[in-house]
Design a protein around this ligand. Structure first.
Ligand code: PNW
Length: 508
């Protein structure tokens, strides 16, 4: 796949076989019921450092792989970059005030590793100005009763580490540097931060950044990288680095800080392309095992990779040593929650042809339309993101049955058409409906299915730099004017505030 393919196109690639779709479930027939949620259920908004901060070399920040990736070949990011983004680095006070006015309980943000260790490594200097920025942000949130939930890594590894040893491709070096960075964060912020996420979406880091090449650092066949093994090595590094940091937090910090730590996994729910045929029902299940089980089984169950993956990938998938297995079985019980980023549902179809050399799906094609021409749900502003709340409910059940951990929905949301224009953007009925339906799905999962779901964080606080789509895709509940940097809440922001006030009721 060429490195100029957009993020969205890459998500579907050659697999998106749309033929004369007929909408099976028109949006106006999907009715929000405003079902109840527990009184303790937390709602929040989420962001990531590179997508909002700007201030890319301000106050001593070092470059990340995203600074380099977007500047070296701007066509990979719609000709745009995060140099300024939402200028959150200089407007954090305003943004905290905005969240406070919307009544959020939680703000999930990520720390930019090169902002606090510009070169990234365990022997490199620390940037006190970067640390001061996050200290102020955390204090301002707590002053307004907003809980900070902090992601250590949301895709912006220091370029210094990439230059030294190719970051995730060197497991031992990366793990040592990540432990050092995490320890610095726990030491400086852990007196006030009680919920930590190690990595955001290891699947995306492995596949989109080291196989398709649509995300930084852009590894792909065209760049001459070995896409048959690299993504699995990257995944291995992520799992072991996560486990090592959970272990370190548990032994060094938990006693005094009493926080929770886990990881965020993304994943769609997969329906069979032809539900009457067992091969496609198996394909749908296998797709989720390859997507979620890849990370979830070692991390939450302390086990080897799923047997379906071992069978299909053989030696392309690295082996865990005895020592690593002990680490995994020791740390698995200390993952306090399952962080779920979820957006949509797709169909999975088993392929009749033999797998390609770097197949990473378990020989499966994905689509938004099934064998009978039915769409999986109404489309939003991007083709891959369909409104499919039933799939969300099923995924909550799937994850609960496999891992038995309380789920926090750490990202959910959608972009609407025409949102560059602020007048159109504020009237975001599609987003309101999407959120309303997905909250109903959570309510059903809790009260009808017995799944523990404890929070919902809307992606995202404000329109921001959407990776390879540049500023073209807007997921914000607040509109950002990228010329003036003015923030204008969309109606969905007020809807979230009102719906949580209505829905959070004691069990009857
Ligand atoms: C997330 N999918 O990625 C990221 O965590 C955010 O940084 C990003 O802005 C947001 O979603 C919106 O795109 C995704 O395959 C990765 O369905 C993959 C998928 C969805 C979102």
């Amino acid at each position: 796949m060429s490195s100029t393919v957009s993020y969205e196109a890459a998500m579907f690639s050659a697999n998106d076989f749309v033929s004369d779709p007929c909408p099976s479930n028109p949006l106006d027939q999907m009715v929000v019921e405003e079902l109840r949620l527990p009184p303790t259920f937390a709602w929040g908004t989420a962001t990531a450092a590179y997508q909002i901060e700007g201030g890319t070399s301000q106050d001593g920040k070092g470059p990340s792989i995203w600074d380099i990736f977007s500047h070296i070949e701007p066509s990979r990011t719609n000709g745009e970059n995060g140099d300024i983004a939402c200028d959150h680095y200089n407007r954090a006070a305003e943004d905290v005030e905005l969240m406070s006015s919307l009544g959020v309980d939680v703000y999930r943000f990520s720390i930019s590793w090169p902002r606090i260790i510009p070169l990234g490594g365990r022997n490199d200097p620390i940037n006190e100005k970067g640390i001061a920025f996050y200290n102020n942000l955390i204090d301002q949130l707590l002053d307004r009763d907003i809980e900070p939930v902090v992601t250590l890594y949301h895709w912006d590894v220091p370029q210094g580490l990439y230059d030294r040893y190719k970051a995730f491709l060197n497991t031992a070096e990366f793990q040592a540097d990540f432990i050092h960075y995490a320890r610095l964060c726990f030491t400086r912020f852990g007196d006030r931060v009680k919920k930590w996420v190690t990595f955001n979406e290891p699947y995306i880091i492995s596949i989109f950044a080291h196989l398709n090449g649509t995300l930084a650092p852009g590894h792909c066949v065209a760049e001459g990288t070995d896409t048959t093994t690299e993504p699995w090595r990257v995944g291995h590094t992520l799992i072991l680095s996560h486990a090592a940091v959970v272990d370190m937090y548990t032994t060094e910090f938990h006693y005094s800080q009493k926080g929770d730590i886990s990881i965020v996994l993304n994943g769609s729910f997969y329906e069979p392309w032809d539900a009457t045929d067992k091969v496609h029902r198996d394909a749908a299940e296998r797709r989720m095992v390859f997507y979620i089980g890849w990370f979830g089984d070692p991390i939450f169950l302390g086990q080897d990779y799923p047997s379906e993956m071992r069978a299909a990938l053989g030696s392309r998938l690295p082996a865990f040593t005895d020592k690593e297995r002990r680490l995994l079985s020791r740390t698995a019980p200390n993952n306090a929650f399952y962080g779920m980023n979820h957006y949509s549902t797709k169909y999975a179809r088993t392929l009749s042809e033999p797998p390609a050399g770097d197949d990473w799906t378990g020989n499966i094609a994905e689509s938004s339309v099934n064998k009978f021409g039915q769409e999986v749900g109404p489309v939003t502003a991007v083709n891959w993101l369909r409104v499919a709340p039933d799939g969300f409910r099923k995924l909550l059940n799937w994850v609960w049955q496999r891992y038995h951990l309380p789920v926090i929905v750490t990202e959910n949301g959608c972009p609407c058409p025409g949102e560059t224009d602020v007048q159109i953007a504020v009237d975001d009925k599609l987003r309101e409906k999407y959120i309303g339906l997905y909250l109903d799905a959570i309510s059903r999962a809790i009260y009808e299915d017995g799944v523990q779901v404890t929070g919902y964080y809307a992606w995202t606080l404000m329109d921001n730099f959407e990776w390879s789509a540049g500023y073209g895709s807007r997921f914000g509940i607040v509109h950002t004017d990228f010329d003036t940097l003015k923030r204008t809440p969309k109606n969905s922001a007020y809807y979230l505030k009102a719906t949580f006030a209505r829905r959070r009721q004691p069990a009857t």
